[in-house]
Design a binder for this molecule. Structure first.
Ligand code: NOJ
Ligand code: CA
Length: 653
């Protein structure tokens, strides 16, 4: 039988796609039926020729028998306005080419590869349209390579480990990535480029981890399902975007916003979403004063909740998180979590009464659902649980997924598998319907979906301050801006000022705890210590915590190196004020900051900095308070002690 596809199309193709300013080049190749790509900046090689394709269960590999039947080009030059975040405006400026490919021989499957080349990165995705005899497929493997020089430096956390993303970052080289690591994977090439490999718009697929393959190229390792496959999908299907962020410096990388640009605009009204700062019935459990479980020292009682609401009012903080309010925390809660009830409060906690009290005092309650990864139990109650909160005017929920895996459909699955990804998405979409915002702990990593679902205000998804008391070094918070935070905001539970607490000693200085409110963005930002610590011991420091915004108009990274230090300035979305934060590792540093990013006119600077003798171990409370007038022609010299930092508020009088 005559088949047009047998003679139409080209078998050997090489095409360049140039970014709008011409500096980034993606080179697409089709050679002997195999597709591949490479990436250059200013003609310097960044990604060597890298193969693309799929293994599909019960089918021949897809990707090595192809010819090009059509190619389609597009350009975009638009500015996206984000409802909240680190930058109000984001550029979506790229050159796109879609390559429509078909197989040379039976079964003549078709696949599209869509590339978008930005001035600061390259993204591409696979799209598989529905086709005869090929409608439901099971992905056995995705063969995407990111073929880098083996001496490229990599800052990694391991994948498939019991504590999910909650690991310390380690510096190594690509040659050592024999076991899978998570993305964003931050890299520095021998020719001096800073890269991050990540993905955008992850909705119905396993999360991408990365490791070396047998030809020593980095390759996608999609998180598997318990049946050993990577994903079951119906056609049409498109993978998340594979994203390579490219920068000339470490700090330039930190404001790469392509991930958001690759996600779609929201389809409904989210004007009800508001970022939030909150305190919580929380740290008292970590330092052993209260418990999650009912009993003599139960934290979430009606009485404590009312006291904390009164404290929030006095402190000028808008929200209150209450953990341990529901049935299920008795005994070993990690073991017993399968019975957690999300609509039943403990006898000493009257949710309706507390909610009315919060309403009367204009405090937003942040509800809490600790699922312990028992997804079947949670999903059975999901609608009722969200309705219960919504009926009590609770518009924020912190969710949690403690546990090394999840129980989904009676089987143990990775949090980052296709089934995990779909569960998190279900919570986001249901919450949106009920006008509820989420802060997801033990989450799926950020892939920019909060552009489409702005009610997803924050995530954890890295080691946070709950690990203090021994497991966090001062370098950790100096890695985050260059690694985890490339995937979006994080609830780091900042602002713990009781640094010398014998149960949970902090490896930071006092001013560094303030700096975190600027260096670690979160749409739901927790002032994590107990209120009496703020009121009785650190009222002056708390002024900064109260004043620092949770929504910024602009972010300007000023200085830093990965894992060593980070200094950033951010302008408030709702005023003319600027805020600057800096953090350093174990090494003390002096920093000179030019203020030419400020608008014209005078500012009143309130500075919280480490004293000369401050030290995260020996003198954590060593702080200097300074006030002065500055303008855009001036500069500031600041000292950061070992494990220290600084915070500055610049207010227009
Ligand atoms: C881990 C979360 O990160 C933490 O914030 C929470 O308190 C516990 N799980 C209990 O839900
Ligand atoms: Ca956690």
């Amino acid at each position: 039988m005559f088949k047009w596809a047998n003679w139409f199309g080209r078998n050997e193709v090489e095409k360049d796609i140039l970014s709008p300013n011409g500096q980034i080049k993606c080179h697409f190749m089709l050679k002997s039926g195999q597709i591949s790509y490479s990436v250059y900046k200013n003609d310097k090689l960044i990604i060597k020729p890298s193969f693309l394709g799929f293994l599909i269960c019960g089918e021949a590999p897809l990707g090595n028998n192809l010819k090009l039947i059509r190619e389609q080009k597009k350009k975009s030059d638009e500015i996206i306005e984000m409802p909240w975040g680190e930058d109000r405006f984001i550029k979506n400026n790229y050159t796109e080419t879609a390559f429509y490919l078909t197989e040379n021989k039976e079964p003549h499957r078709i696949i599209t590869l869509r590339f978008r080349v930005f001035d600061n990165g390259v993204a591409f995705r696979y799209e598989i349209p529905p086709q005869p005899k090929f409608q439901q497929i099971t992905i056995q493997d995705e063969l995407t390579e990111f073929n880098l020089d083996l001496n490229t430096i990599a800052w990694k956390i391991p994948a498939y480990q019991p504590d999910r993303y909650e690991y310390n970052y380690e510096k190594s080289i690509v040659y050592d990535l024999k076991n899978s690591v998570h993305t964003p994977l931050t890299l520095k090439t021998p020719n001096g480029f800073y890269l991050a490999i990540h993905e955008a718009a992850l909705y119905d697929y396993g999360s991408m981890t990365i490791k070396l393959n047998d030809r020593y190229a980095l390759k996608s390792d999609i998180t598997p399902l318990s049946d050993g496959t990577k994903a079951h999908v119906g056609l049409p299907f498109q993978t998340p975007w594979r994203l390579i962020m490219i920068a000339d410096s470490a700090i330039e990388l930190t404001t790469n916003r392509i991930m958001y640009a690759l996600n779609d605009a929201p389809t409904s009204d989210f004007s009800w979403v508001k970022t939030l700062k909150f305190i919580g019935i929380w740290w008292a459990m970590y330092v052993g004063e209260w418990t999650w479980a009912p009993g003599e020292r139960h934290g979430a009682t009606t009485e404590h909740a009312k006291e904390y609401i009164n404290a929030a009012v006095r402190l000028g903080i808008s929200g209150l998180l209450i953990e341990g309010w529901n049935e299920g925390w008795e005994g070993d809660w990690l073991e017993n979590g399968i019975n957690n009830k999300f609509t039943v409060a403990t006898p000493d906690f009257n949710l309706e009464e507390v909610a009315r009290y919060a309403d009367a005092h204009q405090i937003e309650l942040v509800g809490h659902h600790e699922t312990v990864g028992f997804i079947d139990n949670y999903e059975n109650q999901l609608e009722a649980a969200y309705n219960y909160y919504a009926a009590n005017h609770i518009h924020y929920i912190k969710t949690g997924y403690a546990g090394s895996t999840m129980l989904i459909n009676g089987r143990r699955e990775f949090h980052h598998s296709q089934l995990g990804v779909k569960h998190y998405q279900k919570t986001v979409e249901l919450a949106a319907k009920k006008h509820i915002c989420l802060d997801i702990h033990e989450p799926i990593k950020g892939t920019g979906i909060e552009r489409t679902w702005p009610n997803l205000l924050s995530r954890e998804g890295a080691r946070g301050q709950e690990y203090e008391g021994g497991a966090l070094s001062p370098s950790h918070a100096c890695y985050l801006p260059y690694t985890r935070l490339l995937a979006g905001g994080m609830d780091y539970t900042s602002g713990i000022l009781d640094l010398a607490n014998s149960v949970k000693r902090m490896a930071t200085t006092l001013s560094r705890q303030l700096a975190y409110f600027v260096t670690i963005y979160s749409g739901m930002q927790m002032a994590a210590d107990r209120p009496f610590i703020y009121e009785d011991r650190f009222p002056k420091e708390f002024d900064f915590i109260r004043q620092v915004p949770t929504n910024f108009a602009r972010t300007i990274p000023l200085a830093g190196e990965i894992g060593e230090y980070y200094v950033v300035a951010r302008k408030d979305r709702d005023s003319e004020d600027w805020f600057i934060g800096g953090v350093t590792d174990e090494t003390s540093r002096r920093i000179h900051i030019g203020l030419d990013f400020l608008d014209s006119g005078a500012y009143e600077a309130t500075i919280y900095a480490d004293s000369d003798n401050a030290h995260y171990r020996d003198e954590p409370f060593g702080i200097i308070h300074q006030n002065k007038h500055v303008g855009r022609n001036e500069s500031l010299d600041l000292y950061m002690a070992p494990g220290g930092g600084f915070a500055i508020r610049l207010k227009k009088p």
